[in-house]
Design a protein around this ligand. Sequence first.
Ligand code: ADP
Length: 479
Amino acid sequence: MPLRLRLALLNAIVLAGAILALGMLTYALEARSLLDDLDESLHTQAGNLTTVYQARATLPPRTRERVIPQPSVFSGPTFLVQVLGTDGSVLERSAALAGSTLPVKEQTLLRAGEGAEVFESVLLDRQQMRVFTTAMVSDEEFLGYLQVARPLQPPLDALATLRTTLLGAGAMLLVVSMFVAWLLAGYSLRPIGRITQAARAVALSGRLDSRLTPVATRDELARLVETFNAMMDRLEGAFTAQRRFVADASHELRTPLTTIRGNLELLRRSGAVRDPEMGDALEDVIGETERMARLVQGLLALARADAGQKLELQPIQLDELAHSVYREVQLLAGGVAIRLSRVDPVEVIGDADALKQLLLILAENGVKYTPPGGAVTLSVVYDQSDVVLSVQDTGPGIPPDVKPHIFERFYRAPTARSQGGTGLGLAIAQWIASEHGVQIVAESEPGSGTTFSVRMPGRLVTAPPEPRGAAAPELAPTA
Ligand code: ADP
């Protein structure tokens, strides 16, 4: 989940909790206050009526009715009044009760008789009522019980309205605050988004010398930028040191290697090693030294590439280059036929030496991996304002699990280990292609050969004079 959404949601959860707690508290206080008001009014009314009854009790029974009417007459229509005798029987009821009787519980009368003032919520004709019951006493004489009631519905209605209002306002507040939190989170996270974009650009460009623009503030973001830039400093330092080490090491190794190769060659030619076993050992050493020299050469080329070496691109005749590679590869061909199929006279923008090296790597690989009797075919074909350079062999092909790795440095397929390669050829070829803004494509079916091709922009030119030695499109395998 995005950080922005998480922050907004977190904010909403906290706020929802606060709104809920506040709403519940308001509701509880209001409910309490409404009930207290109701009870208070019942209590006052009961007090007034008790006074009337007590006054009535002082009169002789006969005159009572004439002097003071029934107490319930003093009660307004909002109050329901019921008077019980000392035995709990209903003596009189106010007109508002309209024939109904307020429920009389034994337990209530017992408690009222002990002097308690009892408030209860009861059901009368399916209506909720609040009933107050008290005992009436005049000059130590127990007169009976007085019950005063009011409907609970009005306060309940008021509470329902309050609940709806609180819920509506709370929900609205929540939505608004979530929206505001979303905006605020977006505003606070915007610099992080900028930093992420800049860091991604650094990662995509692969340029270790790129840095993020420092932030003027003195906050966490400024520290993040500082830390990122410091990390890039260290990375760049480490990479530069490593590159320099590889370049220096390969450069330094070249001289002793040249000396060793010279001396070994001298030894071979001098005929001093006569013992055939020693002769084989000498050939092995020469072979491995040649491989080592190629390895060092490859390392140096890649170290220079890593150091940002740029090729000099200019118009070159690719067909001439193909002919030249064709001639060179014949010298190494062994039992493999080297062929030139179609070679169109084309011009591309490129580095002649580098493109020749690329072609040589592909062609030499073809020769290396194709068993004697097979063929390696070079071609340069003009196709819709592009030039397609390809090297096709009839070798064993590249297994699908090997194919994704062939352009990696030092990668050699397990089956290719005996071929004396270095694992750097295709990595160098790939770099040369990428410097020309193109890619090498390998198509291979195990068992039916491999085709490496490079498609690059070019144009057809008038055919130059045919170079000597390349006239024949196909040569017989050289021994
Ligand atoms: P190497 O020095 O081992 O040839 P490369 O980088 O030139 O190193 O090639 C990497 C791997 O790609 C080789 O080890 C081999 O397995 C595979 N490969 C390259 N070219 C061919 C080819 N023409 N046919 C079959 N496999 C090949």
